[in-house]
Structures are given as structure tokens and as C-alpha cells.
Design a protein around this ligand. Structure first.
Ligand SMILES: [Zn+2]
Ligand SMILES: [Zn+2]
Length: 183
């Protein structure tokens, strides 16, 4: 992410992108993360090689079980795992100013592999989140047979569904039908 500072809205954006990427890969392991990462502000995404995209996808798939379990994990357990992952990453923070984005932190050096950059951003955002809120803002979509992860950025933690608009609407319809039937 090219805006990878630890301010609230930016780490939230990283977490929401992480959740979208995780959901897309769990649905289809062959998903190419390029468009999603470009949209999330990773300025290297459009030019990154197909090989490095496959590396990002593979590393996200390796984390799929951890991310799926995240809503149910104790904050301490999540923190331990996040710390382990951070230890493996080539993290060397620096303040950079490029592409009109204004000064912001890069966690990895310019020479880092793209997949390391993506993973470092994700784990730094997760680290910040777990310190601030634990795991309570992560949840599993309430729609039947969905199983997607969501990140709830609402003030009153009212989110119940993933970002697929069909999940909220079909659940609403199902409840409505059930209510009608019992009338
Ligand atoms: Zn940048
Ligand atoms: Zn859903």
C-alpha cells in the first residue's frame, strides 16, 4: 500500500483490502490479486510480474486458516502469530514522499520483493489493530453458507455481513419469507 502509515483510516483500508483479498482467494484460489492490490493503493501492483502476484496469492492462501479463525481467536493468540510473521519479514521503516501521496511510512525497503511489501503492510496493520481493538472487529458473514470474513469499521460494531451486497439482501429476504409463512 503506498499510504502505509498507522493512522486510523489507512490501517483500516489495509485491513479491508486484506479481507477482500482473503475472501476472493478462499472462493477461488486462482484469483489474481493484481486489480485488488492496485485499487488498494499498492503503486507497484500494475507493473509487478505475474510471478510476484502468484507469490502474494500463495502467501495469502497460507494464511487463510489463520484469517478465517481470526474472529474467534483470543487477542493474545493472534498477537503471537502476528509477531511470528513480522519476524520473518524484511521490515525497515522509512518515510517517503512520492506520487503526490504526501509523506508516509514504507515498512519495507525499496529493494524488497513485492509480496514482502504487501505482507509487511498487512501484518503491520494487523499488529496495530490487535493492539488497539484485539480481534473483536473481525467477524464471519451472517449469511447462510457464505463464510466470508469481514472487518467492522463501524463505531457501534453493527456490521454482520461481508461486502457482497447479496448476503445482506438474501438474508433479509429469507427472514421476511419465514415471517410470512408463520403468519
Ligand atoms: Zn509509498
Ligand atoms: Zn457474505
Amino acid at each position: 500500500m503506498y499510504v502505509a502509515s498507522v493512522t486510523d483510516s489507512e490501517h483500516r483500508l489495509t485491513l479491508e483490502s486484506m479481507v477482500d483479498l482473503h475472501n476472493a482467494l478462499v472462493d477461488d484460489a486462482a484469483t489474481d490479486p493484481r486489480a485488488l492490490l492496485a485499487e488498494a493503493g499498492f503503486s507497484r501492483a500494475p507493473e509487478a510480474s505475474a510471478k510476484s502476484m502468484r507469490r502474494v496469492a500463495q502467501r495469502m492462501l497460507d494464511l487463510a486458516d489463520f484469517l478465517t479463525d481470526l474472529p474467534d481467536l483470543e487477542a493474545e493468540v493472534a498477537a503471537t502469530r502476528i509477531t511470528e510473521e513480522l519476524t520473518e519479514l524484511p521490515i525497515t521503516p522509512s518515510i517517503v514522499d512520492h506520487g503526490g501521496a504526501g509523506p508516509h511510512i514504507h515498512w519495507t525497503p525499496a529493494t524488497a520483493r513485492f509480496d514482502d511489501q504487501v505482507l509487511a503492510d498487512i501484518f503491520m496493520a494487523l499488529a496495530q489493530e490487535v493492539c488497539d481493538n484485539g480481534t473483536i472487529r473481525f467477524g464471519e458473514c451472517a449469511a447462510d453458507d457464505c463464510g466470508h470474513l469481514f472487518y467492522d469499521a463501524t463505531r457501534n460494531r453493527s456490521k454482520r455481513f461481508c461486502s457482497d451486497p447479496r448476503c445482506a439482501s438474501r438474508t433479509h429476504t429469507a427472514h421476511h419469507r419465514k415471517r410470512k409463512r408463520s403468519d
